[in-house]
Write a protein that binds this ligand. Structure first.
Ligand SMILES: [Zn+2]
Length: 336
């Protein structure tokens, strides 16, 4: 049977044109995003240099450096930024050690006692091993997090698996890990890349290999006050009802897609449950932007301006006195 070469050629051209068109539309959609200036939350107060306060420095997504002048506790410690192409094409990726070295030096992480990723996805836990290997800090988390540490050849003395409700003390800080849930953003009400990392995760690896493990609610206690870090917008009903917090660092990622009703329950299960009067929003920024660059997610992925409107309405409806703030990048916010 003779192959009609002209037909084959035309089909190829048509597919190529369509492919370029789809890429162009996606690229244009990617540029459409809200502005942080459209959210009328105030920026958290920055510390003076007295060293008297307990502070937290936000370094993008849910990376937070707690410091009381003696001891530093690092949540996530995620400094590598992957491009949308690396993520979408599932390319093998590895930690950006130049940026990790820069961040550790620039933000003076020289008294680091602990590293606690909020869960084991790549945008939170990819760099924990590289950070531990450059400091004397101990990594705390689930079995999945331990496998990220093992894959990076972190010494056994420098990582620990914690069970639901377990605590650890460092200087005046107490860290308590409470098993929570990841925001159900994916298929069938399950998050993307769900499950457990069963084996040491050696880099380079593909993004889906960083599976959730346990998504934690993390309580950072101190004699001066307590902060709850909710690193993913999930909840387990009633789980935090016995806990008290002064401040909640609240992940807002994915709420726009989950809806207003979900957002209200999430708020009640975290902020209302702990009695916190102050909320600092986190995970509102595009995690593919270069380290240090803060912009909202493309609207096609998340609409944080819409979420902010809902949260303002929820606070007003409940008549509560809760203040919601935005974290300034790389500056020491006063907690208490
Ligand atoms: Zn996640």
């Amino acid at each position: 049977m003779a192959i009609n070469l002209r037909l084959v050629r035309n089909v190829f051209i048509a597919i190529a044109v369509l492919g370029f068109f789809v890429l162009y539309v996606l690229w244009r959609q990617w540029q459409i995003r809200g502005s942080i200036d459209d959210i009328d939350w105030r920026t958290a107060t920055v510390a003076n240099d007295s060293g008297e306060e307990v502070t937290a420095t936000w370094l993008g997504v849910t990376t937070l450096l707690f410091d009381d002048g003696d001891t530093q506790i690092l949540l996530d410690g995620e400094f590598t930024r992957l491009s949308p192409i690396q993520i979408a094409l599932l390319r093998p990726v590895k930690s950006d050690v130049a940026t990790i070295n820069y961040a550790l030096a620039a933000f003076r992480m020289d008294r680091l006692a602990a590293i606690v990723p909020v869960h084991s996805h790549f945008d939170h836990a990819m760099d924990v091993g590289q950070v531990a290997n450059r400091t004397s800090a101990v990594i705390f988390g689930s079995e999945s997090t331990a496998n990220i540490a093992r894959g990076a050849n972190v010494p056994v003395s420098q990582y620990q698996i914690l069970a639901d409700g377990e605590t650890r003390q460092f200087g005046a800080f107490t860290i308590k890990l409470i098993a929570s849930a990841h925001a159900p953003i994916g298929f069938n009400d399950h998050e993307y890349f769900s499950g457990i990392i069963d084996d040491p995760l050696v880099q380079p690896a593909r993004v889906p290999e960083w599976k959730t493990g346990v998504a934690w609610s993390i309580l950072i206690g101190h004699p001066r006050g307590t902060t709850l870090v909710q690193g993913s917008a999930g909840y387990v009903k009633g789980k935090l009802s016995g806990e008290k917090a002064d401040v909640v660092m609240l992940s807002v990622a994915g709420l726009a897609g989950l809806g207003r009703e979900y957002t209200k329950v999430y708020w009640d299960q975290t902020v209302t449950a702990t009695g916190a009067k102050r909320v600092i929003a986190i995970h509102h920024d595009d995690f593919t932007a270069p380290f240090g660059e803060v912009k909202l997610q493309p609207t096609m992925l998340d609409n944080v301006v819409k979420t902010a409107g809902w949260l303002d309405e929820i606070v007003a409806e409940e008549g509560s006195e809760v203040a919601i703030e935005l974290p300034p990048f790389g500056q020491r916010m006063v907690l208490y």
